[in-house]
Design a protein around this ligand. Structure first.
Ligand code: ADP
Length: 750
């Protein structure tokens, strides 16, 4: 071996780069898909073949093997690439005939080249011709290769022509480019130009690896346009310059006497002046050959934002938005979806509600689960999603089939999400372009910006919509309230009628009862004084019993009369200065027997120091009479009743001139908090009805339920206040109750 063979350089580079590509492929894809595994096999074969080439360069390989291995790998890699092409460009499954053909190809070539069956070197021989085994082997190799490569190219070109999916189209463009480079390399290999073949094959294979790893390749048409533009520009400029040169040379020759610099400058100026039209012409040619976008992004953006910013109706916004986009980009169909987050049966998802957009009927609503790959993409990536990505990008493979079916049903090419600051609020769904071209990167950029403009308008529209909804709800609630109010008013009228009937009854009944009662009382008093009756203890007891019944009845009728006069507001107060001390003492003395009978202790505090108040002494007596009687009735035997007086200073308790407060407290059964106010309505009782008429001051001996109503009526007539306090009703613990009566110092008529 003399020195480092130059032919070793390319195989070394090959081994290194293929190995690098393999490592990259394994680390990025983890060989999860069949395509990635197929590419890894291809790279493995290439590493092996480059290693063999390296060994051959160092003459470390047996001669026989060195001659055959490139052809062997040609077959293996060729077959592998055909399979890959079908898988990547989704042209359907590999058909059996092709697999069979591959096997026949390999077997045929192996039989002829390695000659395991010891065939003769010359297979057929005529007089003037012969067919050598080695030649047939080369022919089989070349024919098989041509068939496989042709099939591969045919498939790729067909895929790129047939598909309307921009991403597959773009991918197949790249794929064809890489295949062409690879085929050119192999072609050179057939002619034993190894170095040139390696130099072409390497970038081709690396490009194939990248295409497999990256679903989103940069838009090749843009690059093509740029390259074409450059080419056309160079060609046109060259033509102009050459023509200029042809015209200028004889002119300069003729104008010998002139300054050559001046003539050169004039020619240069003339040529420079030709450049702008040349550029225009170049643009037109490129546009004709590779049509690109036809709109002016700034103008579209300006017009769009002016149009949508003032729309407050979501339906109209959708129509204008999709309409303007379709006008600018020339699309077949499009729709705006309003996106709302909802939780149903503890499942969180996005509801995509279609608006009319470009059609008359809005598409069916769709649901994307919060954790699903599609919603996750929109939430995290916040950028447009080409529909083809759903099939190509591994991330979407775990998507719910129902979600994918709904998305496929939209027949969209691209989805453009709309976001407000923190929420995903809408989705513009656009169908294919009318001219069949894919969405270019700058189309997507523009659409992203338009989506941002839509977001503001959409937010405003939604705000107005929810305000209107609120307004409607409010109106409905208001109408319901009015109806309830009317109903309440009717009820009130009915209740008032009922109350009036009750009052009328009390009034009539008490007046009617009073006269016969008075007669009965008179006769009874006469009987009481009759010596014949007095002389007979039995008769005397009976008459006294009747008398006490008549007196109780009298009292009840009086209460009814009081109530009637309060109800009819005919209570007339005879106001004078009253000493509450003596008034209350008089009341207590009147029921002194009851205190003794029930073994109750009475305590009177601070009444003596109280100032005199303006009031009707007879009416006020009734107030304290009812309070004291109640205290006696609802306090168990042996209890205590305390009557306390407090002076109210001017300004306190809404009394400008001040007044007095009397508190009648007992150690009785107390009152439930809920009834503290209700007990002041007439006929209201919390006591047990069974104890009725068991006697005026019996424990829990309930009366007709008028006492407190009369007390309140009288206190109200004095412009005072009366209320009850108690921590609750408990017949065992006896928490007691306190009745407060506040009377103003001075009486003012209304
Ligand atoms: P009644 O004729 O039934 O005593 P009132 O109007 O005087 O009618 O009282 C109404 C209800 O208030 C009574 O039935 C009773 O339940 C309750 N009540 C009144 N005063 C007291 C009190 N001092 N302690 C407990 N309950 C009371």
């Amino acid at each position: 071996m003399n020195g480092f063979p130059l032919s070793a350089i390319l195989p070394i580079v090959g081994v290194l780069l293929y190995a690098l590509a393999l490592v990259f492929l394994v680390s990025r894809s983890a060989l999860k898909t069949a395509i990635a595994r197929g590419m890894a096999l291809c790279l493995g074969l290439l590493i092996l073949s480059s290693t063999l080439a390296l060994l051959a360069a160092f003459e470390l390989l047996p001669e026989a093997l060195a001659g055959y291995f490139p052809s062997l790998f040609l077959i293996l890699i060729g077959a592998n690439l055909l399979w890959l092409t079908q898988a990547v460009l989704q042209t359907g499954r590999l058909h059996w005939p092709w697999i069979l053909l591959g096997v026949v190809w390999l077997a045929g070539w192996l039989t002829l080249a390695l000659n395991p069956f010891a065939l003769p070197d010359t297979l057929l021989k005529g007089h003037t011709w012969f067919i050598a085994r080695a030649n047939v082997a080369s022919l089989v190799l070349a024919a098989g290769w041509v068939i496989f490569m042709a099939r591969m190219l045919f498939l790729s070109i067909k895929a790129s022509r047939l598909t309307t999916q921009p991403l597959i189209k773009n991918r197949s463009h790249y794929w064809v480019l890489a295949l062409l480079a690879y085929i050119a390399g192999d072609l050179l290999l057939l002619f034993y130009l190894y170095d040139a073949a390696y130099a072409l094959r390497l970038p081709a294979i690396l490009l194939l690896t990248i295409i497999i790893l990256r679903p989103y390749m940069p838009d090749i048409r843009q690059m093509e346009r740029r390259a074409l533009h450059y080419l056309v520009m160079t060609l046109l400029t060259a033509i102009v310059l050459l023509v200029g040169l042809f015209i200028a040379v004889p002119l300069i020759e003729r104008a010998r006497g002139y300054n050559p610099t001046l003539v050169g400058a004039i020619a240069a100026l003339f040529l420079a002046a030709l450049l702008p039209p040349v550029r225009n012409l170049s643009n037109k040619i490129v546009e004709h050959l590779l049509p690109g976008r036809k709109y002016e992004p700034n103008r579209v953006l300006r017009e769009y934002s002016q149009s949508v910013s003032s729309i407050l109706d979501p339906e109209l916004l959708a129509t204008v938005s999709v309409g303007m986009i379709s006008e600018a980009i020339e699309i077949q169909s499009g729709c705006l979806f309003l996106v709302e987050f909802e939780t149903e049966d503890s499942i969180s998802r996005y509801r995509l509600q279609g608006t009319r957009g470009m059609g008359d009927i809005p598409p069916d609503p769709g649901f994307l689960s919060l954790k699903g790959p599609v919603a996750t993409y929109f939430l995290k990536e916040r950028k447009p999603l080409p529909h083809t990505s759903l099939g190509l990008d591994e991330r979407f493979q775990a998507s719910d089939p129902e979600e994918l079916a709904w998305l496929n049903g939209l027949a969209a090419d691209v989805y453009i999400p709309i976001y407000t600051k923190e929420d995903w609020v809408g989705l513009i769904v656009l169908g294919p372009k009318l001219n069949g071209l894919p969405y270019f990167e700058d189309d997507l950029d523009l659409l992203g910006t338009l989506a941002d403009q839509t977001a503001v308008a959409l937010q405003n529209a939604r705000l107005v919509e929810s305000l209107m909804r609120l307004n409607n709800d409010f109106r409905r609630a208001y109408a319901a309230m009015e109806q309830a109010n009317r109903h309440l008013k009717q009820m009130n009228v009915q209740l008032e009628n009922l109350d009036r009937t009750k009052s009328d009854f009390i009034s009539v009944a008490s007046h009617e009862l009073r006269t016969p009662l008075t007669v009965m009382r008179g006769y009874n008093e006469m009987l009481l004084e009759d010596p014949a009756i007095n002389g007979n203890p039995f008769h005397s007891k009976l008459i006294k019993g009747i008398y006490s019944g008549i007196m109780r009845l009298h009292e009840i009728v009086n209460s009814m009369l009081d109530m009637a006069s309060i109800d009819t507001r005919s209570l007339e107060l005879k106001v004078e200065s009253v000493s509450l001390n003596s008034l209350i003492k008089m009341v207590c003395d009147g029921v002194g027997d009851s205190f003794r009978e029930r073994d109750l202790q009475l305590e009177i505090e601070n009444l003596r120091d109280l100032p005199q108040v303006d009031g009707d002494p007879e009416a006020l007596k009734k107030v304290f009479y009812h309070l004291v009687i109640n205290a006696i009735k609802y306090t168990p035997d042996g209890g205590k009743i305390t009557i306390t007086g407090v002076t109210v200073s001017p300004g306190q308790m809404n009394l400008a001139d001040g007044g007095v407060e009397i508190i009648v407290a007992d150690s009785g059964i107390g009152i439930h908090q809920d009834y503290l106010d209700l007990i002041f309505t007439k006929f209201y009782q919390t006591g047990e009805l069974a104890l009725h008429s068991t006697g005026k001051v019996k424990f829990k001996g309930a009366g007709p339920g008028l006492g407190l109503a009369i007390a309140r009526g009288i206190v109200d007539a004095h412009r005072g206040k009366i209320w009850a306090e108690s921590s609750g009703h408990d017949e065992e613990k006896c928490p007691g109750s306190q009745f407060h009566v506040v009377l103003p110092l001075h009486y003012r008529e209304q």
